[in-house]
Ligand binder design. Structure first.
Ligand code: HEC
Length: 139
């Protein structure tokens, strides 16, 4: 009986630090939200991107990083959708510059911002693949 009690105690003391630890964020490219976004969702994201995010992220104005920059966006993808959404929703200060809250889409709600974030990464992947192909064909 005493042994059993000890075993439970050991299990519990292992579990307390282990079980309360927050799980690591899922890379946005591997997330369900990214992989299962509907066409309609992408269109919403795209329309926000084209009216707001585009201004800084297309060519890298105001300290923003253009979407072709694979290293930057791959690293950022690791933060996961929730953190990235928070960065855009609340505004974000990075190494290169400052993004205003909601990325200038003042009328956007949280769901729309989320879709625009997912769209940004879709676009980034597409542009990076195209760039890679072009570089390979120039070899
Ligand atoms: C006024 C310019 C500007 C606009 C508009 C803008 N951004 Fe940004 N964005 C930035 C800057 C500056 C950064 C930070 C760069 C750095 O890391 O130093 C950034 C970073 C990000 C990041 C990475 C955040 C992180 O935590 O790593 C995401 C994602 C992003 N922007 C998405 C968006 C989306 C989606 C929109 C449109 C809704 C948008 N941005 C509009 C300037 C802008």
């Amino acid at each position: 009986m005493y042994q059993l009690f000890n075993a439970v105690l050991i299990l519990v003391s292992f579990c307390i630090p282990g079980c309360t630890k927050k799980s690591d964020p899922v890379n946005i490219y591997e997330s369900k939200a990214y992989q299962s976004i509907t066409k309609k969702g992408l269109v919403v994201g795209e329309s926000i991107w084209a009216t707001s995010c585009f201004r800084c992220h297309r060519y890298g104005h105001n300290g923003a990083v253009p979407y072709e920059d694979k290293d930057y966006w791959d690293k950022s993808a690791e933060k996961g959708l929730d953190a990235l959404h928070k960065s855009v929703w609340e505004g974000y200060k990075g190494e290169h510059g400052v993004m205003p809250a909601k990325g200038f889409c003042n009328l956007c709600d949280e769901d729309e911002i989320k879709k625009s974030v997912i769209y940004t990464f879709h676009l980034a992947r597409k542009a990076q693949v195209a760039k890679q192909k072009k570089e390979q064909s120039n070899l």
